[in-house]
Design a protein around this ligand. Structure first.
Ligand SMILES: Cc1ncc(COP(=O)(O)O)c(C=O)c1O
Length: 439
C-alpha cells in the first residue's frame, strides 16, 4: 500500500509546464488542480514531479477499468499493430463490438452506431429522433448536460453550458428534473407522488407548438452535481413518455459501464428506452462512444446519411471489447456497488459531522458531496468546495468539482478500487474538512 505524505503543489516541473500551457492553450481548459499528470496505474496517479495521488476522478468518469489496465493495454497494443482506421469499411472488431453491445442491452435494442465522443452520440440521437418522429421538439431537463455541440447544448439545462452562445436550436423544451434536494416545487418525496412527472403534461400543453417527438434524460444528472432522482422516477418518466408516444432517449454517456453498480444504469429500474447514448467508460480512455437503438428508428436514415471519420475505428472497437471482457471477468459493476456502498456510508458520517456538508448522495462509485453555507439554508458554497478539493490534493487525493453552482465534490474513482483505498480517501476527506472547518 502506498503511504501518502503531504506535498506542495504544483511542483517545479508542473509549474514550468503549466506556464507553457498558459502560452499555448486557451484558459477555458484550466479548471483543475494545477498539476501535470505523468502516468497512472490502477487508481494511482503520478504527476511530473513524482507526487502520487489516489485518483477519485477517473479522468471524468472515464477510466472505469483502471489506469493502464494490462488487458486493456494489450488489446490496444495488439490492434495498433494491425489496423488503426479504415473509415466506414467494416472490421471484425467493429462488428463484434456492435453484436456484444446488443447482447448486453435490453432486448428492444438491436442496432449500434459507433462514434467517438459523447456529444456525437447525443447529437446523433437528437437528429434521428427528429427524422423518425417527424417532430422537432425535444423535452429535456433543468440542469441536464448532453455535450457541447449545438444539438446537445440546445437541450442542456444550464446557463453555464450555453452562456452567450446566442439563440439555441429551436425545439428544446425544459422541465424540472427529479431533484429532491432542491425541489423547484418545494415538495418532498414520496408525499409528492412524482409531482414533477405529473406536471410535464402542463409544461407540454403550455410551452410547446404541439410538435414534441422525444424526451432525453440522464439516469442521474452528472454535470448538474450528481443529482439522483428518487427511486421509481425514471420508470414514471418512461410510462409518461409511452403514454404521449414520445421516443425515450437515455443519455448513459456517464452512467454506464459499471459506474452506478450495474453495467447500465437503466438496469436499476428495468427501463427500455428506444435509444441509449454511451460514451466515457465504454473505451475507458480510448475515445469511443455509441448510439444504441431500435432498428425501426435507425431505418429512417438512408445509407450514407450517418457516418463519422473515427467512429467505430478498429482501435477503439478493440479497446471497448477489452473493456467489456474486463468488466465481466472482474465483475467491476459489482465492485462498484460494494465499494460505493462502503464509501457512501463512511462519507455520510462526515455529513453528520460537518455543518457545511449539505448532502451526500450516490449510487455505486459516483457520489456527490454538496458543500453549502449551512444545512438549513442549503446555499451553495463553491469557494469552500474548492478549498476542500485543493487541500485533499495536497494530502494526496485527486478530486473534481461539479454542480450548477460548482459546489459539489465529484467522487468517482476507477471501478477497480479496493476498500482500503476507499478508506484512505475518507481519512483524507476527514482531515481536510476538519482543517477547513477550523480555518
Ligand atoms: C451525460 C453526458 N452526456 C454527454 C456528455 C458529452 O460527452 P463528451 O464530452 O465525450 O462529448 C457528457 C460529458 O460529460 C455527459 O456527462
Amino acid at each position: 500500500m502506498i503511504k501518502l505524505a503531504e506535498r506542495r503543489i504544483p511542483g517545479p516541473r508542473s509549474v514550468e509546464l503549466l506556464q507553457t500551457a498558459r502560452e499555448y492553450e486557451p484558459p477555458s481548459m484550466a479548471d483543475q488542480i494545477p498539476v501535470v499528470w505523468d502516468h497512472a496505474e490502477g487508481v494511482w496517479i503520478t504527476d511530473v514531479d513524482g507526487n502520487i495521488y489516489l485518483d477519485f476522478t477517473s479522468g471524468v468518469l472515464v477510466t472505469n477499468v483502471g489506469h493502464s489496465n494490462p488487458e486493456h493495454v494489450a488489446a490496444i497494443e495488439k490492434q495498433a499493430h494491425r489496423l488503426l482506421n479504415c473509415y466506414s469499411f467494416p472490421t471484425p472488431e467493429r462488428i463484434n463490438l456492435s453484436k456484444k453491445l446488443v447482447e448486453l442491452l435490453p432486448e428492444n435494442i438491436d442496432r449500434i452506431f459507433l462514434l467517438t465522443t459523447g456529444a456525437e452520440a447525443t447529437e446523433a440521437a437528437i437528429r434521428i429522433a427528429k427524422r423518425y418522429s417527424g417532430k422537432h421538439e425535444i423535452l429535456a431537463f433543468y440542469g441536464a448536460f448532453h455535450g457541447r455541440t449545438y444539438g446537445p447544448m440546445s437541450v442542456s439545462g444550464s446557463t453555464n453550458t450555453r452562456r452567450k452562445f446566442g439563440p439555441q436550436l429551436p425545439g428544446g423544451v425544459m422541465a424540472p428534473y427529479g431533484n429532491c434536494y432542491r425541489c423547484i416545487y418545494g415538495k418532498t418525496f414520496p408525499e409528492c407522488d412524482y409531482y414533477c412527472i405529473k406536471a410535464l403534461d402542463r409544461i407540454i400543453e403550455s410551452s410547446t407548438t404541439g410538435d414534441m417527438g422525444a424526451v432525453i434524460v440522464e439516469p442521474y444528472q452528472g454535470t448538474a452535481g450528481f443529482v439522483f432522482p428518487p427511486k421509481g422516477w425514471l420508470k414514471e418518466l418512461e410510462k409518461w413518455a409511452a403514454r404521449r408516444g414520445l421516443i425515450l432517449i437515455v443519455d448513459e454517456v456517464q452512467s454506464s459501464f459499471g459506474r452506478t453498480g450495474k453495467l447500465f444504469a437503466i438496469e436499476w429500474e428495468q427501463i427500455k428506452p428506444q435509444m441509449i447514448c454511451l460514451g466515457k467508460g465504454i473505451g475507458s480512455g480510448v475515445p469511443t462512444s455509441a448510439l444504441a437503438g431500435e432498428s425501426k428508428i435507425f431505418e429512417s436514415m438512408l445509407p450514407g446519411e450517418m457516418s463519422s471519420t473515427t467512429g467505430g475505428n478498429p482501435l477503439s472497437s478493440a479497446a471497448a471489447l477489452a473493456v467489456i471482457d474486463i468488466m465481466k471477468k472482474e465483475d467491476l459493476p459489482e465492485n462498484s456497488r460494494i465499494q460505493g456502498e462502503h464509501l457512501l456510508s463512511r462519507l455520510t458520517a462526515l455529513w453528520k459531522k460537518f455543518e457545511f456538508v449539505g448532502d451526500v448522495r450516490g449510487m455505486g462509485l459516483v457520489i456527490g458531496i454538496e458543500i453549502v453555507k449551512d444545512k438549513k439554508s442549503r446555499n451553495p458554497d463553491p469557494a469552500l468546495c474548492k478549498k476542500i478539493i485543493r487541500r485533499c490534493a495536497e494530502l494526496g487525493l485527486m478530486l473534481g468539482r461539479v454542480g450548477i453552482y460548482g459546489n459539489v465534490i465529484r467522487v468517482a474513482p476507477p471501478l477497480v478500487i479496493k476498500q482500503e483505498e476507499c478508506d484512505i480517501a475518507v481519512e483524507i476527506f476527514s482531515t481536510a474538512m476538519d482543517e477547513v472547518s477550523r480555518s
